[in-house]
Design a protein around this ligand. Structure first.
Ligand code: SF4
Length: 501
């Protein structure tokens, strides 16, 4: 499925430097300036390449770009008319960064003449990072399904074009060109037609929607800062957005000023934390997911009835810590079958088990089997503890995994349900990776892959999934199919402290 990759180098010197790389990709010298580029674009070699990359040195436009910095175009802007998107830019940029290069992603302007400092200021005001005189004329007529522009800054903005240091800057930029070769080769190997199978449902669950809404409403109603104990949900993008709005995330309550507003995260807290908040006079808003709160209530009920409660969960996860905190003397954590074989309880006839809401159902059933063998009187929770969102996302992913050569799960590394999705796909024998966003997608994973299964953990925003789809679409013709297993219509009301009348 991999197509032909052609690297277009405008000048002879650029072509020579690019060819110096060991295992350099195919490089064509296409000529300097719009006219030469338009002529080269008519040649069958350029016209029919499946993946076309214009690579060379360029003029820095944005302030702060240094000689040798690498600019990967998110789009190429012609002097007139619509910009050409280069949607796979985040993937190429990731590969270049992994090689240790200083990489910037943003618009590149194709211009008809050498840009003066005044031109550059005008272009910079529109968000352009760098300028060249070839890319749009080479790429626009081509049929390539994948296109990229990479420019190494030779003359930074704000400096006169001809000055004593100019030649040194140009030499430095040229010397960087061979270093681009491995990433360009990986990009070419990943280029081609792709089919993306979206698992549905994916992304936000009702508990996450509610928790985020609680913080947004608290900020709207009470103003910044609003304190949040722990990450409100386990997603770095969500946390960053709320931080930008004025949310302050703390690990413990002693970091919160007396009398301030503090929000408890969706994962729940132990009663000791509530007591500490009371003692400190904090204004508490509890964003604990109602389904986590249900497990807390079950711990209290079983333990107060005389049982030892075995919580199947992950050591140190905030939900497990909060749940065990309900009755610490009567609760014991079991993480896997080995621990289930070894766990000791005071009275083997008085044992019940509960489950962290975000675990994988097939993993839990093996642990429960061990416990049931060892404790024949084992009491199960009154209803399933693994929540509907966790179960639905795992089942939906399994439905697409059978057809996929690769599975991508969008979610942060500390998201338990996202990690379980990765494990679910791997248990089905398919390579699977967790990515925080499109910037984590490794081109090497896509080499030779035509069908990608894609999902997102319950705390990961859908926009991040959309960005992954767009980037894969920048590698060639794209088909997107959604396999929606079930419609979710669960909704949780926000707590009374942030309701509007
Ligand atoms: S994953 Fe389940 S338990 Fe966790 S916040 Fe979402 S709905 Fe609630």
């Amino acid at each position: 499925m991999t197509g032909t990759l052609l690297v277009c180098a405008p000048s002879g010197r650029e072509a020579t430097h690019l060819r110096q790389a060991p295992a350099a990709p195919a490089v064509a010298r296409t000529g300097v300036g719009p006219l030469a580029s338009a002529r080269a674009a008519a040649s069958p070699r350029v016209r029919h390449a499946d993946a076309l990359a214009v690579v060379g040195i360029g003029a820095g436009v944005a302030a702060g770009l240094a000689p040798g910095d690498v600019v990967v175009a998110s789009e190429v802007r012609p002097p007139h008319g619509a910009a050409l998107p280069c949607s796979s830019a985040p993937l190429l940029a990731h590969a270049l960064r992994r090689q240790g290069l200083p990489v910037h992603v943003g618009p590149v302007a194709s211009v008809t003449h050498v840009v003066t400092n005044r031109d550059r200021r005008a272009l910079a005001a529109t968000g352009v990072l760098a300028a060249d005189m070839e890319s749009v004329w080479l790429l626009r007529p081509a049929q390539a399904g994948a296109r990229a522009v990479v420019r190494v800054v030779a003359d930074p903005a704000g400096e006169p074009l001809l000055r004593p240091g100019t030649l040194a800057h140009v030499r430095r930029a040229l010397a960087t060109l061979p270093e681009l070769a491995p990433a360009l080769t990986a990009w070419g190997a990943a280029a081609g037609p792709h089919r993306v199978l979206l698992a549905g449902p994916r992304s936000f669950c009702a508990g996450v929607v509610r928790a985020i809404e609680v913080v947004d409403r608290a900020l709207d109603q009470r103003g910044a800062p609003v304190y949040v104990r722990k990450q409100i949900v386990h997603n770095s993008h969500v946390v960053r957005r709320l931080q930008e709005r004025g949310a302050v995330f703390v690990d413990e309550l002693d970091e919160v000023p007396a009398g301030a507003t503090v929000i408890f995260s969706a994962h729940g807290v132990a009663p000791q934390v509530r007591a500490q908040a009371n003692r400190r006079g904090l204004q508490v808003i509890d964003a604990t997911c109602p389904l986590v709160a249900k497990v807390h209530a079950e711990v209290r009920r079983f333990a107060d009835g005389g049982d030892t409660v075995i919580l199947i969960g992950h050591h140190g996860h905030e939900e497990a810590v909060g749940t065990m905190g309900e009755r610490p003397g009567a609760t014991v954590l079991v993480q896997d079958r080995d621990e289930a074989e070894r766990v000791q309880v005071p009275d083997p006839t008085r044992v019940s088990y509960l489950v962290q809401t975000t675990l994988a159902a097939d993993e839990v059933s093996g642990i429960v089997q061990v416990l049931a063998r060892r404790f024949p009187h084992l009491q199960a929770p009154p209803s399933e503890d693994i929540c509907y969102a966790t179960t639905n996302r795992q089942l939906a992913l399994r439905a697409v995994t059978g057809q996929a050569q690769l599975v991508l799960v969008v979610g942060s590394a500390n998201s338990s349900n996202s990690q379980r999705l990765v494990e679910t796909a791997r248990r089905c024998g398919v390579p699977a990776h967790l990515i925080d966003d499109v910037g984590g997608l490794d081109l090497g994973w896509l080499a030779g892959v035509a069908t990608v299964g894609l999902t997102a953990g319950a705390s990961a925003p859908q926009e991040l999934v959309d960005e992954v789809v767009t980037a894969i679409g920048g590698l060639g013709p794209l088909q997107v199919h959604e396999a929606r297993l079930v419609e979710e219509n669960v909704h949780f009301n926000v707590p009374k402290e942030v309701r509007t009348s």
